[in-house]
Design a protein around this ligand. Structure first.
Ligand SMILES: NC(=O)c1ccc[n+]([C@@H]2O[C@H](COP(=O)([O-])OP(=O)(O)OC[C@H]3O[C@@H](n4cnc5c(N)ncnc54)[C@H](OP(=O)(O)O)[C@@H]3O)[C@@H](O)[C@H]2O)c1
Length: 311
């Protein structure tokens, strides 16, 4: 099993991360009213109480609104900042930014990376970001230019370590060659309905380079949780969730816990980023590490998730 004590905030105490993408309850920052603000603060406080340490953001979540909501909590309770490993991301630019005619695009230019980071620092009301990630590969990525931006941010004490998201192994290698420090994380979609990373070299590269794999949408956006039903275009997954229910009943846990524990059995040390904004579900998810999925169960679920037997 990989060890990941590389975060300056200390070792990852909880083997799970909390994802802040849904806390505002809207993608439009103008819709964040008093009720949405209170719900967001309640979700974050529930995550702290449940023991989460690593909190994942992005500049685009509610167009900065999610970072602002977390920053308000740090201003109210400064001791929380020291207990938090803050991750955030840059590099995706929506249509209309900054000109009405600007297209949706990815932007890893030095100026954009530095400006985005400085804006996130302000919204989060913090002096440093623990893990700064590039959100999606920029087709025009110049690794040397990214390296210069990262060095400037690290030298100014604004970022402690860097990572990527949705990067295939060849792009991780191409970027790493121009960086002074090793990339710390690759945040990718991994769950029982999305198995690509097990087969495309992503997890092997994480093992080889000691990169921490952060799994986004570990419940597939919700359907892998108890009571959820698989997407209609994937009928073979009905059998998968039935088997998960059986294991959950036998182990006296929830299906959510089975889904998370399945990910966490992988030797690359996959860290699921739990995305619920419901305080009760946030607390329940945090206990998943205590459950052991046996090797036989792991493979049984893999085969049902693939919808085909192993070679
Ligand atoms: N890097 C990227 O490109 C990328 C992309 C997407 C996400 N992310 C990161 O990953 C984090 C997690 O993503 P996610 O929110 O999609 O994760 P998720 O945990 O797979 O899904 C969370 C959603 O599932 C719902 N849910 C949970 N349990 C449920 C149940 N038993 N029945 C029905 N619905 C249930 C939650 O609703 P309630 O809130 O009501 O519980 C919430 O809407 C995000 O916050 C973000 O940090 C990154």
């Amino acid at each position: 099993m990989q060890t990941h004590e590389l975060f300056p905030g200390g070792p990852i105490v909880s083997r799970m991360a909390y994802g802040c993408m849904r806390i505002a309850g809207t993608w439009n920052p103008e819709e964040i009213d008093a009720e949405k603000r209170a719900n967001a603060h309640a979700a974050l406080r529930a995550a702290y109480e449940a023991g989460y340490v690593l909190f994942d953001h992005a500049d685009i979540y509610s167009q900065g609104g999610c970072e602002t909501l977390h920053g308000e909590l740090f201003a109210e309770s400064p001791e929380l900042r020291r207990q938090t490993t803050i991750a955030t991301k840059c590099g995706i630019r929506f249509a209309g930014d900054p000109e009405p005619t600007s297209p949706h695009r990815y932007d890893f230019t030095k100026n954009h990376i530095i400006r985005s980071c400085e804006e996130s620092l302000k919204r989060l009301q913090t002096e440093w970001i623990d893990i700064y990630q590039l959100h999606r590969p920029d087709y025009l990525m110049d690794p040397d230019e990214v390296g210069e931006a990262f060095e400037k941010l690290a030298d100014a004490g604004k970022v402690r370590c860097f990572g990527v998201s949705n990067f295939p192994p060849d792009k991780v290698s191409a970027l790493q060659r121009s960086l002074r420090h090793p990339l710390a994380v690759n945040q990718v979609e991994i769950h029982l309905g999305r198995l690509d990373c097990f087969e495309d070299g992503t997890l092997n590269q994480c093992l080889e380079k000691n990169i921490l794999p952060l799994a986004w949408s570990p419940l597939g956006g919700g359907w892998l949780g108890e009571g959820g039903t698989p997407p209609e275009d994937k009928p073979h997954l009905v059998e998968l969730v039935a088997e998960m229910d059986k294991i959950a009943e036998r182990e006296e846990v929830t299906r959510t816990e089975v889904a998370l524990a399945w990910l966490m059995q992988h030797p690359a040390g996959i860290v699921p980023i739990v995305g619920s904004a419901n305080p009760e579900r946030i607390a329940q998810s945090a206990v998943a590490p205590d459950i052991l999925i046996t090797r036989d169960d792991w493979y049984r679920l893999l085969v049902l998730a693939r919808g085909a037997g192993l070679p």
